[in-house]
Write a protein that binds this ligand. Structure first.
Ligand code: TAP
Length: 475
């Protein structure tokens, strides 16, 4: 991805964004007061309160759904694909124009390093809007029908706040639906800045509505009788509860849930390249990645060599201020998430695995966890089975390709996997046997709007991205 900044954003880049003391809900094209309650969003790197944000209750959600329905009936469903595309292109261009502001705000509210929000998240957000703008007038070639579903209720997590918004809103609008989206409680700010962008693009009022709040707001949205479609990204537990709550209704549902991906390194792999892939696989975005390569499966005869090089590489990772362009690993998104990472790491040690953490000085304020690798992990260990969603890697070994596949598939999840080998034929054979929605070969964590993404088993169902991503929003 090209670098959208012409200079390094320093901590004072904070002045690039105008964070208001308080935010309302975005309903019917304008910011409105909620029914009363609010919550604070904080900077996880400093614990400083950033803003007071309205908490939508069921009545607010109802207002938003009604606004989306009116916009659908009166305006959006009547526009041609080419007319819808114009708005989506306009939004994509404004995202590019305001990319610096979006990247800085994303890093402040989420804790992710600026070089990731700047070079990965925000450019991809624009790319998804451009990509789906291109589909809006070509839906008859997609092969899924051309009738939109109506109003989509969309609920997203905190790890890629803007990117998950783009994955949800861009295809929905391209297909002619209107949306009510709930961002995660800990990262509402970029969704609210996106609402401003919708105003700037003159998007007809009510086509996009943003309701902020906690789990209860999400629940009120997915259970609302006025929506035709639920699109959810988040944990498997909440995904299951949503599937139960919509059972027996005619709402369509897509669920993008958790993962415990295997990153498989064979002895013929280019080792230094594989070590970079392992580091990117688990430490990108502090490991707050559903498809993170959180289980390293390394062939036994090279395990020692790989681990030695991995630890040397981990020792060079810079952990700290998300707004410093040299930072590799930023802040953990919340106190609750930090507690979960600590708890599972303690369980790993108690169960007999051996922890090694990169030597680094962690800031005294904020939520931090040093990049950590566990060796001596067995398949029975909780750190090999449960999603940690943090910068913690569990290492297991294998001797044969068949054993690698068996261990890789030995998880209730099935979102992604990585294979490192020089042999093209082995890549194809192994990829065919892995029960994972995405398999990367000699790379990891690569995303592209043309490429469908989604899970098997408890990682959910439905695909986002690419032509397949349109199916979720068409009848
Ligand atoms: P969740 O706790 O499931 O939260 C996801 C979203 O759902 C948040 O907006 C949350 O609100 C809301 N929510 C909570 N309870 C709800 C309910 N009963 N009904 C409706 N909405 C509800 O997950 P998380 O901790 O934010 O995110 C981490 C999880 O997401 C991980 O398991 C990760 O693997 C998964 N994830 C998956 C993917 C893909 S593409 N498969 C991508 C990113 C993340 P609050 O913010 O208030 O909790």
């Amino acid at each position: 991805m090209s670098n959208v900044f012409d200079y390094a954003p320093a901590p004072e880049s904070r002045s690039i964004v105008d964070i208001k003391p308080s935010y309302g809900l975005f309903i019917g094209g304008e910011f409105v007061d909620g029914s009363g309650s609010s919550f604070k969003t904080i900077n996880p790197a400093t614990e400083e309160v950033l803003a007071e944000v309205a908490e939508a209750d069921a009545a607010d959600v109802d207002r938003a759904v009604q606004a989306a329905r009116r916009a659908y009936d009166k305006v959006w469903s009547k526009l041609s694909g080419a007319e819808r595309a114009k708005y989506l292109y306009r939004i994509a261009r404004i995202i590019q124009e305001r990319s610096r502001e979006l990247a800085v705000l994303e890093s402040i509210d989420n804790g992710k390093p600026i070089k990731e929000s700047r070079d990965v998240d925000v450019p991809l957000v624009a790319a998804y809007f451009f990509y789906y703008a291109g589909w809006a007038d070509k839906l008859k070639y997609a092969g899924f029908g051309t009738t939109p579903l109506g109003v989509a209720g969309q609920v997203i997590p905190w790890n890629f706040p803007l990117l998950m918004l783009a994955w949800k809103i861009a295809p929905a609008l391209a297909c002619g639906n209107t949306v009510v989206l709930k961002p995660a409680e800990t990262t509402p700010l970029t969704a609210l800045l996106f609402a401003e962008i919708c105003q700037q693009a003159d998007l007809p009022p009510g086509v996009v509505n943003i309701v902020t709040g906690a789990g209860a707001t999400g629940q009120a949205l997915v259970e609302h009788e006025g929506i035709d479609k639920v699109a959810f990204t988040g944990s498997t537990d909440v995904g299951k509860a949503i599937a139960r709550s919509v059972a027996g209704t005619d709402k369509r549902v897509t669920l993008e849930l958790g993962g415990k991906a295997a990153n498989i390194v064979f002895d013929d792999a280019p080792i230094d390249q594989a070590v970079e892939g392992i580091v990117n696989g688990i430490f990108f975005n502090q490991g707050h990645v559903c498809c993170a390569g959180s289980r390293l499966l390394v062939q036994e005869n090279i395990a020692e060599d790989v681990l030695g090089r991995l630890k040397r590489r981990m020792a060079t990772l810079r952990v700290g201020d998300p707004l410093d362009k040299n930072t590799d690993v930023g802040a953990i998104n919340s106190a609750a998430q930090l507690a979960r990472i600590r708890e599972l790491s303690e369980v790993g040690a108690a169960e007999g695995a051996e922890a090694w953490s990169a030597p680094c000085e962690l800031p005294s304020q904020g939520f931090w966890f040093a990049p950590t690798v566990f060796t001596g992990v067995t398949q029975a260990h909780r750190i090999a089975r449960e999603e940690i969603f943090g910068p913690v890697l569990s290492v297991l070994t294998f001797r044969t390709p068949a054993e690698a596949v068996e261990k890789a598939n030995n998880t209730p999840y099935g979102l992604s996997a990585g294979v490192w080998t020089e042999k093209g034929s082995r890549i194809l054979k192994i990829a065919d046997k892995l029960r994972a929605g995405v398999v990367w070969a000699n790379t990891f964590n690569k995303f592209d709007p043309t490429s469908p993404f989604g899970g098997y088993k408890e990682s959910g169902y439905g695909r986002e991205g690419g032509r397949h991503g349109l199916e979720a929003y068409l009848r």
